[in-house]
Design a binder for this molecule. Structure first.
Ligand code: TGC
Ligand code: FAD
Length: 380
């Protein structure tokens, strides 16, 4: 644990972090590189993720109801292993359980949430479309009223968990604006196709979803959704997890580079003894510490109900780029060995290229912050 500033964690936070880390080290770390190489999500970990209370960890009543700071620490530890693992938990918890809990009926909550906490029902979140990523307000996926139900048509792209999901939270344009729907994936007309040839997030399932005249019951709508803003509320939750998770990815890269630098001799001494290596280590340590303190304050603000969405944008943007830069620097310390999957750094580095892109690109978060600072929207 990097704790240069003796960051104060509560007993509960320490316990959650320790428990998650111990399990990750024992059961996830040993198989992650192989999964990444094979392009497979380690689905065998789902039952233990559930047993440990890591699905819907911050959800009251149905989940463990932990403080958000604990959820953040869970994300940090998961992403210290691999972004794919944190992504799975982010999607299940923040992007799918959260909207059902926040916008759903009692019947929807009872039908889905207990099974989702137990890992018996996997979900995905479909907002992005092939032609509408940063600008979801232009989405083409539509629902039309049909008797006492709906008919759904359209396509969603880059959907995490898409081919393993039993349930999809789908955002679609209805006659009264964008609404969210809980779509069971065995409904006729629903199909999912895995995206192959990815060079990033290889230990995560990514899919294209296609809806052709999918007939949904009236009860499929999440009635509390009232426009794009409802989808963006879900994104605040997941972006919060990314702000923490990226600290974990950066820690893994730093620790790997530090250890390597002490045992790799060149010019007659360990490369850790060269000033340029020490400068890189000092820069990485400083950046990670700043990211850690930012994430912790984000958690404190969220737990006290004072967190503004723009603050989440600041932290998601800053920590994702921080982690990518740490990964790139750490990679140089390993020289040629840095490009091998035998070390975790390159795997994290290519994952982080996705992290600066999904959940709002680096550029989009710059514009969110710019709008907050100036009062002027510069998206179009
Ligand atoms: P705009 O007019 O600004 O906003 C529409 C309504 O939403 C409200 N709002 C928010 N509410 C809550 N939280 C936020 N962060 C919000 N941002 C905006 C806003 O007040 C407004 O409300 P109202 O009542 O006035 O209607 O919308 P816009 O169309 O101009 O878009 C703004 C923009 C560009 C920031 C937004 O579209 C955006 O964030 N784009 C990025 C798209 C994105 O992040 N996609 C992510 C897809 S999911 C994903 O990547 C999952 S990866 C999962 C994994 O594997 O971890
Ligand atoms: P575009 O929006 O086409 O952007 C391309 C470039 O243009 C970017 O650099 C962008 O910053 C820039 N740009 C766009 N608009 C502007 C502007 N106004 N000003 C300046 N620059 C701009 N989505 C989901 O809904 N659910 C998921 O589960 C999910 N999982 C994902 C998993 C992976 C592995 C990946 C790669 C993506 C995932 N996404 C998911 C999609 C992700 O959210 C989008 O890729 C992201 O929002 C960017 O959209 P885009 O790829 O269409 O890029």
């Amino acid at each position: 644990m990097l704790n240069y500033f003796d960051v104060e964690l509560s007993d509960e936070e320490r316990l959650v972090q320790r428990t998650t880390r111990d399990w990750i080290d024992a059961e996830a770390m040993p198989l992650i590189a192989e999964c990444f190489e094979a392009g497979q999500f380690p689905a065998q970990l789902i039952p233990r993720l559930a047993e440990l209370g890591l699905l819907g960890a911050s959800l009251p009543k149905y989940g463990a109801g932990l403080p958000y700071s604990c959820y953040g620490l869970i994300c940090q530890e998961l992403e210290r292993c691999d972004t794919g693992l944190r992504s799975f938990v982010s999607v299940q918890s923040s992007l799918c359980m959260y909207p059902i809990y926040t916008f759903g009926t009692e019947e929807q909550k009872e039908r889905y949430l207990p099974k989702m906490v137990r890992g018996e029902l996997i979900a995905c979140f479909g907002l992005t479309e092939p032609d509408h990523g940063s600008d979801p307000s232009s989405m083409e996926t539509r629902v039309e009223p049909d008797g006492d139900g709906w008919v759904l048509n359209g396509t969603k792209m880059w959907i995490t968990n898409g081919t393993i999901a039993d349930l999809a939270i789908i955002w679609a344009r209805s006659p009264d604006g964008i609404r969210g729907f809980a779509v069971e994936t065995d409904t006729p007309g629903f199909s999912a196709r895995e995206v192959h040839h990815k060079l990033s997030l290889r230990a995560s399932v990514t899919a294209e979803l296609h809806f052709q005249d999918v007939r949904l019951p009236g009860s499929a709508i999440l009635p509390g959704t009232t426009g794009l803003g409802s989808a963006l509320k879900c994104l605040n939750e997941a972006r919060f997890g990314i702000a923490w998770g990226t600290v974990g990815a950066a820690m893994a890269c730093f620790e790997s580079a530090l250890e390597y630098s002490k045992i790799r001799p060149q010019f007659g001494k360990p490369i850790a003894g060269f000033q340029l290596t020490q400068l890189k280590l000092a820069d990485m340590l400083t950046a990670i510490t700043q990211g850690q303190l930012l994430a912790l304050q984000l958690g404190r603000l969220k737990d006290s109900g004072r967190l503004r969405p723009v603050q989440v944008s600041v932290a998601k943007r800053a920590n994702s780029m921080m982690a990518l830069e740490v990964a790139r620097t750490a990679r140089t310390i390993l020289g040629g060995n840095g490009i091998s999957l035998e070390h975790p750094i390159f795997r994290h580095m290519v994952n982080l290229e996705t992290v600066i892109t999904y959940e709002g690109t680096h550029e989009i978060h710059s514009l969110v912050i710019g709008q907050d600072l100036t009062g002027l929207a510069a998206y179009s």
